[in-house]
Design a protein around this ligand. Structure first.
Ligand code: PEP
Length: 254
């Protein structure tokens, strides 16, 4: 039986105004029973404070969807790790495929972001995943290995590091990876972590699956020993779907 606690992270993307985000957070707090599962919610920056207030006393952590890689200064529109920490954030997504695709961010940027998070004691959730074209070309493992290059400069894993395997073709498409595909990719990522940081760290690092996780698909995904939880977009915008996925995540591990 794995010692890794299951982890559910909601990525609300650019979908909720602060007032609607607070409302959704309150609905999730009312339904969710996170005793067996670690839970974090990542609203957009302007909603952080309202969601933080809604989550008070719930045991659900506040997360952010991104961070800038400089410490401070003349970077109009950017948000620093210190600002996120002061806002009550404890976990930050780095390397989401939407940042890679829309903003052209690359491993060197993510390495710097992770370094800034480490300085502030914030945990990174580093997202990796292949495109449909890369999978069809048999390149999935090479792509994942290259994306883990963002961790090359760290002799030890950044505290709190977790990975999210998010095949790009599964995000927001309703077409989740099969449990076998997810388990295979996670095992590969874990082997790569072992090469970098040693087997004990690899076996204690949580690897979440993301990409069209739904109440119907979650039990199959979470039945895989390798799958330590989910990074969930669309379904996390419904409190009842979130509660159903959390219930699947709380089921005892094989
Ligand atoms: C995501 O944005 O990280 C994600 C997995 O989205 P969805 O669950 O909607 O596919």
């Amino acid at each position: 039986m794995s010692a890794r606690r299951r982890f559910f992270v909601a990525n609300w993307k650019m979908t909720r105004t602060p007032s609607r985000a607070a409302e959704l957070a309150r609905a999730i707090v009312a339904l969710a029973r996170p005793a067996e599962v670690d839970v974090a919610i990542a609203p957009s920056f302007p909603a952080l404070d309202r969601v933080r207030a809604a989550l008070l006393g719930s045991g659900i952590a506040l997360a952010a969807q991104d961070v800038f890689f400089e410490r401070e200064g003349a970077y109009t529109g950017e948000v620093s790790a210190a600002m996120l920490k002061d806002a009550g954030v404890s976990l930050v997504l780095v390397g989401h495929s939407e940042r890679r695709l829309l903003r052209g961010e690359r491993e060197a940027d993510f390495a710097r972001k992770i370094a800034r998070l480490k300085e502030e004691g914030l945990a990174p959730l580093y997202c990796v995943g292949e495109t449909r074209k890369e999978r069809e070309a048999g390149l999935t493992r090479d792509v994942l290995r290259a994306q883990l290059g963002a961790l090359d400069e760290f002799a030890a894993p950044p505290p709190g590091l977790a990975l999210a395997y998010e095949p790009v073709w599964a995000i927001g498409t309703g077409l989740a990876a099969t449990p076998e595909m997810a388990a295979d990719a996670h095992a590969h990522l874990r082997a790569e972590l072992a090469v970098r940081f040693g087997a004990p760290i690899a076996s204690s690092t949580r690897i979440l699956y993301g990409g069209s996780v739904s109440p119907a698909g979650a039990p199959g995904l979470f039945a895989e020993e390798e799958v330590d939880g989910g990074l969930v977009g669309g379904a996390s915008l419904s409190a009842s779907d979130t509660a159903a996925i959390l219930a699947a995540a709380a089921a005892p591990r094989a």
